[in-house]
Write a protein of this length. Structure first.
Length: 217
């Protein structure tokens, strides 16, 4: 039956597992205490903590957290990196450390709800870090914004040029339209008055009615 100390330690590990962005498992066989201490210090710079943990305790904590996929990786002396920051940056640190300390081996990991084998965990170090990706995205956005601004300015300049050309053309059209407007508004003179339909003398007169004469008897 586990004692209270082990139960407390398992609970702490479970909390660390659940709050971490990812887990990277290493085998530290052959590393000295000084080398492990140096590795721990370097991982703090990328928001990760390295803990040397007994496999039985880590396995129990992982199972309590709902992760059974780590059982096969918990073989031999294990040091687990709990990643709270950028997992790529932590993987790069571990890969660099494995070159400096050949005894350090990346065994695998766990990220985004899926286990990673040794090759998968090591390949994270070949990806671009979050800072580099964000920098590239910012550069792309800045480029797109500059392109959009240039297009807007060019369109605005073209519109203003068309407007200026229209304004220069407008006075001449008004000048050409003025004489026609004057002719339309001019009052007719006496000589231009339309003739009457017919003179009064030519109008037909109606015959006057005469009373009937009495016949002679």
């Amino acid at each position: 039956m586990p004692n209270a100390t082990k139960i407390e330690r398992v609970a702490e590990l479970k909390e660390q597992i659940e709050s971490a962005n990812a887990l990277l498992l290493t085998e530290y066989r052959g590393l000295t205490v000084e080398e492990i201490t140096e590795l721990r210090r370097s991982l703090r710079d990328v928001d990760a903590s390295l803990s040397v943990i007994k496999n039985t305790l880590m396995q129990r904590a992982a199972n309590d957290a709902g992760i059974a996929e780590l059982d096969d990786l918990l073989v031999g002396p294990s040091a687990i990196a709990f990643v709270n920051g950028d997992v790529v940056a932590v993987a790069k640190k571990l890969k660099d450390a494995s070159k400096q300390f050949p005894a350090l081996v990346i065994k695998g990991g766990y990220m985004d709800g899926a286990p990673l084998d040794a090759a998968g965990a090591s390949s994270l170090a070949d990806l671009e870090s979050r800072e580099v990706m964000l920098s590239k995205i910012a550069g792309m956005l800045k480029s797109e914004m500059s392109r959009a601004a240039a297009t807007f300015i060019a369109t605005q300049s073209k519109f203003l040029s068309l407007l200026e050309a229209y304004k220069e053309k407008l006075p001449s059209e008004e000048a050409e339209a003025t004489p026609e407007a004057a002719d339309a508004n001019e009052e007719p003179t006496a000589g231009d008055a339309p003739a009457a339909d017919a003179p009064e003398g030519d109008q037909a007169t109606e015959p006057q009615a005469t009373e009937p004469q009495e016949e002679e008897e």
